[in-house]
Design a protein around this ligand. Structure first.
Ligand SMILES: [Zn+2]
Length: 179
C-alpha cells in the first residue's frame, strides 16, 4: 500500500467546506474499540473518504474501507481470517432529531450527527462502520473448521468401533450351545 498515513487530526468541518478527500492507511492498532474484537492488530485499513454534499447541499460522507483482520472462529476458537469491505454513504446532520426525522422519511438513508462546532470524530465513524461489518458469529466454512473436522473424525471412529452383529453371533457359536 503506497497511500499516506492517516492524519492525526482531521478537521471534518474544513474537509466538508472544500469537498475534500482523505486517502490513507490506518493501522488497526489505532482503532482500540475495533481491535478489541480482533485476534491481533496486525495490518491496516485502507481508508478512502469523500467529504461531499448531496443534491440538497447536506454534507455527506462517502467512500470505502478495506482491511483484512483475524478473529476467533466461534466453533473451533481458532484464527479465522476475514476480508472486510465497507462502502459508506452517510448524511451528516446537526442533531439526533434531524436524523430521526430523516429516517422517518426514508429508512434506507444512513445518517450521523455532527456537532456544528466540534466537527466529527472521523476515527469513531470508521470504527463503527468496521464493527458493523463484522459477522455477528464468525465461523470458518465447514471444510476449513477444525471443530467440524474433529466431529467428523469422532463420528467415524465410533462407527469403526461398533462391533458387527454377525461377529457377536460368531462369538456365541464358538463359546458353545448352552444345551
Ligand atoms: Zn472454526
Amino acid at each position: 500500500m503506497s497511500s499516506d498515513p492517516f492524519p492525526e487530526h482531521l478537521d471534518a468541518l474544513k474537509l466538508f467546506a472544500r469537498n475534500g478527500s482523505v486517502t490513507a492507511t490506518l493501522p488497526l492498532s489505532k482503532l482500540h474499540r475495533f481491535a478489541a474484537s480482533l485476534l491481533d492488530t496486525e495490518g491496516a485499513v485502507a481508508v478512502d473518504l469523500h467529504f461531499g454534499h448531496d443534491e440538497e447541499q447536506r454534507p455527506r460522507l462517502s467512500g470505502s474501507l478495506h482491511t483484512e483482520v483475524r478473529v476467533n472462529c466461534q466453533r473451533c476458537m481458532e484464527a479465522l481470517p476475514l476480508k472486510l469491505d465497507c462502502e459508506l454513504a452517510l448524511l451528516v446532520l446537526e442533531s439526533e432529531a434531524a436524523v430521526k426525522a430523516l429516517q422517518g422519511e426514508d429508512a434506507a438513508l444512513d445518517a450521523l450527527v455532527m456537532d456544528p462546532e466540534q466537527g466529527l470524530d472521523v476515527l469513531a465513524v470508521i470504527e463503527d462502520e468496521l464493527l458493523l461489518s463484522l459477522p455477528l458469529v464468525p465461523l470458518h466454512a465447514a471444510a476449513d473448521c477444525s471443530a467440524v473436522l474433529n466431529a467428523y473424525q469422532r463420528e467415524h471412529a465410533v462407527q469403526e468401533s461398533v462391533v458387527h452383529p454377525f461377529a457377536v453371533l460368531a462369538t456365541l457359536k464358538r463359546t458353545g450351545d448352552p444345551r
